[in-house]
Design a protein around this ligand. Structure first.
Ligand SMILES: Nc1ncnc2c1ncn2[C@@H]1O[C@H](COP(=O)(O)OP(=O)(O)OP(=O)(O)O)[C@@H](O)[C@H]1O
Ligand SMILES: [Mg+2]
Length: 446
């Protein structure tokens, strides 16, 4: 048997207060109400509730004053703020201050019920998140995200605040900074972890099929639609939908997406009925979306919706203290996969640390993969791609023969590693298949 959970509803509009209190009571909570900051404080003296539904604008102060009162208790008390449609940014402010979620007015009964039903799971998450955060300096990582630089600690802090909520998150940052990994971690650290995590690369969808891919279609809605198709939204129901490269969505689709986000329901192509979906949206882009809005290529209202909680990933060059940690992490991964025990010569790590990494963590990972393939036992400076050491003045003598020879060895070693699979080889080397063929021709069959 579970103990009765207590809720405090704070709202100055009498009708809204009564309606909310009833909804919460229907879910089995013991409910207390307050119409002002003062009354709410009086209620809090007698009992600390498990959940507080909090209107932000109150006659004698703001909901923020009450959130302040809960400083240090947010592990135990779930604060859900209620905000006008036009003030999502204040909701975000509240999340930053320790609220766990928000609802927009008029409060959607289904969303509120879902939130309350999930409260128990959300509460279990908090201590786990605090523990993960506490361990960062010692473990050098947060979940699957490796690195303990101050810049990344800030990211982890944001991730842990927003993960348990249902707020939309927009992850930005240069290519290769780990946006996809952050999105995945947000899902893993949310109460939705046992539900689907659906990844959609908006840049890779065919423009003609994109609408039915996202929202599904009814049977017979177009030639070839011979059965009902559930789109990504429906497949992600209860879980998380990751819209990667969201800047690439065509404008008319952006309008449809916005409608779906506002309604919390999709209409399949060729259909009429609305299918309700409970989906948490995470979007990512390496483009400047504000600039795209200014150019008329991205809808401002959609950006506003997606950007409820922005997380910007710092480029690797501003967190050089993470380079060695990441390098050892990747080497460990490759070692485990191949059953080897290769290590770094200290000079190789120094070269890695001195690089600029315009391709960020992805580039570092690829560089280590190449070196790993080339090295017998210890990864030395000679196993690193010449252009990396070329950034340092005292690096390898870079006569053309050395470069060509290094490249030749690299290509053949990689090819051997992938059992002659040219596609995988090209991918690992970060070149096109065509470039690989050209090089193979140039270096001849050996
Ligand atoms: N902090 C990190 N810890 C461990 N691995 C990381 C980290 N950041 C990135 N990676 C790894 O680097 C690679 C690139 O990361 P990811 O795909 O998330 O980049 P991205 O920001 O989505 O890039 P793009 O904009 O090009 O899509 C992946 O293999 C990812 O696992
Ligand atoms: Mg990506």
């Amino acid at each position: 048997m579970t103990a009765v959970l207590h809720a405090l509803v704070v709202e100055d509009d009498k009708n809204a207060l009564a309606a909310l209190a009833e909804l919460v009571a229907d879910e089995g909570f013991a409910v207390e109400t307050a119409a002002s900051v003062r009354t709410a404080r009086a209620r809090l003296v007698t009992r600390t509730p498990d959940v507080v539904l909090l209107d932000l604008i109150l006659p004698d102060g703001t909901g923020f004053d009450l959130i302040q009162d809960f400083q240090g208790q947010t592990d135990r008390v779930e604060i859900v703020v209620i905000t006008g449609h036009a003030s999502v940014s204040t909701a975000v402010e509240a999340l930053r201050h320790g609220a766990s979620d928000y609802l927009t007015k008029p409060v959607d009964a289904v969303r509120l019920k879902l939130m309350l039903a999930n409260l128990a799971r959300t509460r279990e998450l908090r201590p786990r998140l605090s523990e993960l955060l506490r361990q960062v300096p010692q473990l050098g990582r947060f979940g699957r995200l490796v690195g303990a630089s101050p810049a990344m600690e800030q990211v982890y802090d944001l991730v842990s605040r927003v993960a348990p909520s249902s707020a939309s998150v927009l992850v930005t940052g240069e290519s290769g900074t780990g946006k996809e990994l952050v999105a995945e971690n947000l899902h893993l650290l949310s109460r939705r972890v046992s539900k689907p995590y659906v990844v959609v690369n908006c840049g890779a969808l065919s423009p003609t099929l994109i609408e039915s891919e996202l929202f599904g279609h009814e049977r017979g809605s177009f030639t070839g639609a011979d059965r009902v198709h559930r789109g990504y939204f429906e497949r992600a129901d209860g879980g998380t939908l990751f819209l990667d490269e969201v800047s690439e969505l065509p404008l008319e689709l952006q309008a449809k997406l916005l409608r779906v986000l506002e309604a919390g329901a999709v209409t399949r192509v060729g259909g009429e009925k609305m299918v309700r979906v409970d989906v948490r949206i995470i979007a990512a882009t390496n483009r400047d979306l504000d600039a795209r809005v200014a150019e008329g290529k991205f809808r401002g209202d959609l950006l506003y919706r997606l950007k409820v909680f922005p997380i910007e990933l710092p480029p690797l060059r501003v967190r050089t203290e993470d380079i060695a940690t990441l390098a050892h992490h990747f080497l460990g991964e490759f070692n485990r996969k191949e059953g080897t025990d290769k290590s770094f010569a200290p000079a190789a790590v120094s070269i890695l640390q001195a690089c600029d990494w315009p391709g960020n963590v992805r580039e570092l990972k690829n560089a280590i993969h190449r070196a790993f393939i080339l090295a017998e036992k210890e990864i030395g400076t000679s196993h690193l791609a010449p252009e990396l050491s070329g950034q340092r003045s005292a690096a390898l003598p870079s006569s053309l023969t050395t470069l060509a020879e290094a490249e030749r060895r690299l290509i053949f070693a990689t090819l051997e590693h992938f059992d002659g699979d040219k596609r995988e080889t090209a991918e690992a080397l970060g070149v096109s298949l065509r470039t690989l063929y050209n090089r193979l021709r140039q270096y001849g069959p050996q």
